[in-house]
Write a protein of this length. Structure first.
Length: 384
């Protein structure tokens, strides 16, 4: 396969006008696929801004919804980091099939592009401006190489000056989608969806997609893969994937079917069970290799495999008991400090249970409710 230039993006970025991007705010880790807005038409920036302002004023969250959101965020964090060792640099492991990657804008501001592994983000870049990039394929940690000037990696210092097979795009500048939104500070409401091919992230309204289902099954975040328009142009045979369970075999396609209609902008695709629809015969494998997308047949590249391994690792780790947590606290804080800490935790639990008992199930909690709860926590400290 042809060697990649280390500053090249895997695809040409689509044209955009950042001046037309709506104002956004911060949000938790983006989900890989969302059903929200799959078939929505693009909207003007002013229209989107007005809609989001109205939603922000009217939005209320029940306590059940809040805890469900917290649970989903914890599960997402476990899935991303369960297989990552926070104390090591992954550089010796080479170009890993898939790993969590970060960018440090403090050490490598634009126009430089570099990525670091989970361990380096925690140990070598403390208090730096870090951007979480979710997971990337076949990436080798850059921390401490020539892109970082005099700064060296504190976990593993024997590194090549550059990682010539790494691929980069504007995500490494903290920019996402065709609107070049800065994430996470600039995006609070709208979800981003990641392209299965180039691994860039897009807002649905800026990259509307055509849905291709799997028999009578609906498109869900658990089964669907998103392919952006630039990647559909790069891999036009993907437009021949049909509804249902039929597998796409290139040997059965005519030359005309492998071409896009001239003058017609292809739609992005949201394909249910995408990789299961790809033929794995020798002829098709050669096509993927020539198109530089042979990774689509690699099970280790598949996010489903990454998630499965993470869940298995999480399930295999025994949950710490209260006694385990107490022993760890004693080691860190001493006996008196640990006892004081636990007394505070137990007081919070008791007060929170009382607070929850006073709130009807399904009722929304107002700002005044939260203020009263905060005051109930302060009173015991004032009386001590």
């Amino acid at each position: 396969m042809e060697k990649k230039d280390d500053e090249n993006s895997p695809i040409d970025a689509p044209n955009h006008d950042s001046k037309n991007a709506p104002s956004l705010g911060s949000k938790a880790t983006p989900e890989r696929v969302s059903q929200v807005g799959l078939d929505d038409a693009p909207k003007a920036a002013s229209e989107i801004s007005e809609e989001k302002s109205a939603e922000a004023e009217e939005e209320v969250v029940t306590i059940e919804e809040y805890f469900e959101d917290m649970h989903q965020m914890e599960e997402a964090a476990e899935m991303l980091f369960a297989t990552q060792d926070p104390s090591v640099c992954t550089y010796p492991e080479g170009y890993k099939p898939r790993q969590t990657v970060f960018s440090c804008l403090t050490c490598t501001p634009a126009p430089q592009m570099a990525g670091i592994c989970y361990g380096c983000s925690l140990n070598c870049h403390v208090d730096h401006e870090i951007v979480e990039l979710y997971t990337k394929r076949k990436f080798k940690c850059d921390c401490g190489n020539s892109k970082f000037g005099e700064k060296k990696c504190s976990l593993y210092d024997e590194k090549d000056s550059v990682n010539e097979y790494n691929l980069y795009n504007h995500n490494y500048h903290g920019k996402f989608c065709t609107c070049e939104v800065y994430y996470p500070e600039d995006d609070q409401v709208r979800e981003l969806v990641q392209c299965e091919v180039c691994e860039d992230w897009f807002h649905h309204e800026h990259m509307p997609s055509k849905s291709i289902g799997y028999e009578d099954e609906g498109i869900t975040s658990e089964t669907a893969s998103f392919i952006c328009t630039p990647c559909v142009k790069k891999l036009p045979f993907l437009t021949q994937i049909q509804q249902g369970k039929d597998v796409l075999c290139h040997s059965k396609l005519t030359p005309e079917q492998l071409k896009l209609d001239e003058g017609v902008e292809p739609s992005a695709l949201m394909i249910s069970h995408f990789r299961q629809k790809l033929c794995k015969c020798a002829d098709c494998a050669r096509v993927y290799d020539m198109a530089d997308c042979e990774y689509l047949l690699d099970t280790e590249d598949d996010m489903a495999t990454f998630e499965k391994e993470s869940k298995e690792k999480v399930a295999a780790v025994p949950k710490p008991t209260e006694a385990d947590e107490m022993r760890e606290l004693v080691q860190e804080l001493g006996m008196e400090g640990a006892q004081h800490f636990y007394a505070g935790v137990n007081n919070f639990k008791r007060k929170f249970a009382e607070f929850m008992g006073s709130v009807e199930e399904g009722k929304t909690i107002s700002v005044e409710d939260v203020k009263r709860f905060s005051e109930s926590l302060k009173r015991p400290r004032m009386e001590d």
